[in-house]
Design a protein around this ligand. Structure first.
Ligand code: PGA
Length: 248
């Protein structure tokens, strides 16, 4: 059976004091449960110190597609590895829409992550206008194809995909379990057409207003293998409950 994985996406939230309280609460509560937190760059060392030796992995929310050099303000995959990161989010809708990240750039970041040994959490998902226009599958397929044509389908054996409908992110409007399952099944079947083994093993997370109250129902869908959690990952009791729902 595929594992389920819950990852927190803290976005641009936190402080040394707030993080210490949050990490201090989730670490003992999630002992033995595999989970991850993707924290802002300056707090990677704090996450590493707090979580080393626990079942909770840590990672970043973005990285440079470049290896090293004169790229002021950028952070490389090797730097993330230096701080013990296991995961890095690539192609989050906020990066795509607010910072102009194209499918091609996302594919380069995905490859840079894997080249350094990181597991990319590749985010895909449609906007509200795209859903209403009936092009959800077209959009998700295009986002996946950019990565598959650049890195190959086999690369997905060392990646996580997160389906995050943009209209559900931070809006309190969750996709219904049926809506999410339909897209997850589409993603898996699309990949299965290229490589059945990779498709069967691929962890496909759902993201978008997941909370303790709806996590169990979402995670019980056959193709939903955990979640990428924004707002609720900042609330210890919520995140703990969501991770426990995935571990059931
Ligand atoms: P949300 O964010 O859980 O706050 O909707 C999810 C995400 O953007 O990863």
């Amino acid at each position: 059976m595929r594992k389920k994985l819950v990852a927190g996406n803290w976005k641009m939230h936190g402080s040394l004091a707030e993080n210490a309280a949050l990490l201090g609460a989730i670490k003992p509560a999630l002992a033995g449960i595999e989970a991850a937190v993707c924290v802002p760059f300056p707090y990677l060392a704090q996450a590493q110190a707090a979580l080393a030796g626990s079942s909770i992995a840590w990672g970043a929310q973005n990285l440079s597609e470049q290896v090293k050099g004169a790229f002021t303000g950028e952070v490389s995959a090797a730097m993330l590895v230096d701080f013990g990161c296991q995961y890095v989010i690539v192609g989050h809708s906020e990066r795509r829409s607010l910072y102009g990240e194209t499918d091609e750039l996302v594919a380069k970041k995905y490859m840079a992550a894997q080249a350094a040994g990181l597991i990319p959490i590749l985010c895909v998902g449609e906007s509200l206008a795209e859903r209403e226009a009936g092009v959800t599958e077209t959009v998700v397929a295009r986002q996946l194809d950019a990565v598959i044509s650049a890195a190959g389908v086999a690369s997905l054996a060392k990646a996580v995909v997160a389906y995050e409908p943009v209209w559900a992110i931070g809006t309190g409007k969750t996709a219904t379990p049926e809506q999410a399952q339909a897209v997850h099944a589409f993603i898996r079947s699309k990949i299965a057409a290229l490589d059945a083994g990779v498709a069967t093993g691929l962890v496909i997370q759902y993201g978008g207003s997941v909370k303790a109250a709806n996590a169990g129902e979402l995670f019980s869908q056959p193709d939903i293998d955990g979640g990428l959690i924004g707002g609720a990952s900042l609330v210890a009791d919520e995140f703990i409950a969501i991770c426990r729902a995935a571990a059931k």
